[in-house]
Design a protein around this ligand. Structure first.
Ligand SMILES: NC(=O)c1ccc[n+]([C@@H]2O[C@H](COP(=O)([O-])OP(=O)(O)OC[C@H]3O[C@@H](n4cnc5c(N)ncnc54)[C@H](O)[C@@H]3O)[C@@H](O)[C@H]2O)c1
Length: 240
């Protein structure tokens, strides 16, 4: 029984598909209901839920609905994300707040609602999406701050929720081919194929990542094979 935010596209959609292949019932939660419905429709036990992770009420009613439908919640993966890149002197309050709210507050609200269901059952797996941008990236003060914060959130919740047999980890992808990276290329005025080629050239494994590359690590962190791994950030970036 899994709930994936941002499940309608990119890394979230690939995660929904892999968790479902491994036998999970999956709630595909997204701000955009249409892609969520398309993904859920392809899964054996899929449920599409429109959810805005920045809103407490939306998150709480989503977790309640999913728990009602599935009878429990074992896995939470927080993939919902946006970017609003700008250099510091041009970054607006709105750019800052939208990104911080979606990534940091959104993951906080989802984890808080999920642990309420997980703690009484003494079982749970939570995965946050950090990023290599946590290490610093030009034009991403808001995003980098949020992604670094999520690593701290994973470590802290691993300590608080560990006694209840709940594992909390983060994955930190590098360049993954999704709508998000395509939007970055557009914003920078760089041809998308050229952008991908340059990213592959900078990567030790000499290719860019695909959503399935990240989904595989997320699914591993949600599996019993990883049951003694908690509070970690795993970089998924084709190199160290
Ligand atoms: N693509 C990359 O290179 C990359 C690298 C590192 C980290 N990440 C992170 O991985 C996660 C997924 O990114 P992606 O590349 O698949 O992006 P994407 O744009 O393909 O998908 C993100 C999804 O999140 C949804 N979303 C946005 N705001 C939401 C909200 N308030 N409530 C619910 N859903 C919302 C969008 O509708 C979209 O379907 C994000 O957290 C992103 O920051 C991506």
């Amino acid at each position: 029984m899994a709930l994936v935010t941002g499940g309608g596209r990119g890394i979230g959609a690939a995660t929904c598909e892999l968790l479902a292949q491994e036998g999970a019932a999956v709630a595909v939660c997204d701000l955009d209901e249409e892609p969520a419905q398309a993904v859920a429709g392809r899964l054996e036990r899929g449920l599409a839920v429109a959810c805005d992770v920045t809103q407490r009420q939306s998150v709480e009613s989503t977790v309640a609905r999913v728990t009602d439908a599935f009878g429990a919640l074992d896995i939470l993966v927080c993939c919902a994300g946006i970017i609003r890149d700008n250099l510091i002197h041009k970054m607006t309050d709105e750019d800052w707040t939208a990104v911080i709210d979606t990534h940091l507050k959104g993951s906080f609200l989802c984890a808080q609602a999920a642990q309420q269901v997980m703690v009484p059952r003494r079982y749970g797996k939570i995965v946050f999406l950090s990023s290599t941008s946590a290490l610093g990236n030009r034009g991403q003060t808001n995003y980098s701050t949020a992604k670094a914060g999520l690593q701290g959130m994973a470590r802290t919740l691993a300590i608080e929720l560990g006694p209840f047999n709940i594992n909390v980890n983060a994955v930190a992808p590098g360049f993954i081919e999704t709508r998000m990276t395509e939007a970055t290329a557009r914003r920078m005025g760089v041809d998308w194929d050229e952008f991908k080629r340059l990213a592959a050239e900078r990567t030790p494994l000499r290719r860019i990542g695909q959503p399935a590359d990240v989904a595989g690590v997320i699914a591993f962190l949600c599996s019993e094979e990883a049951s003694y791994v908690s509070g970690q950030t795993i970089y998924v970036r084709g190199g160290p």
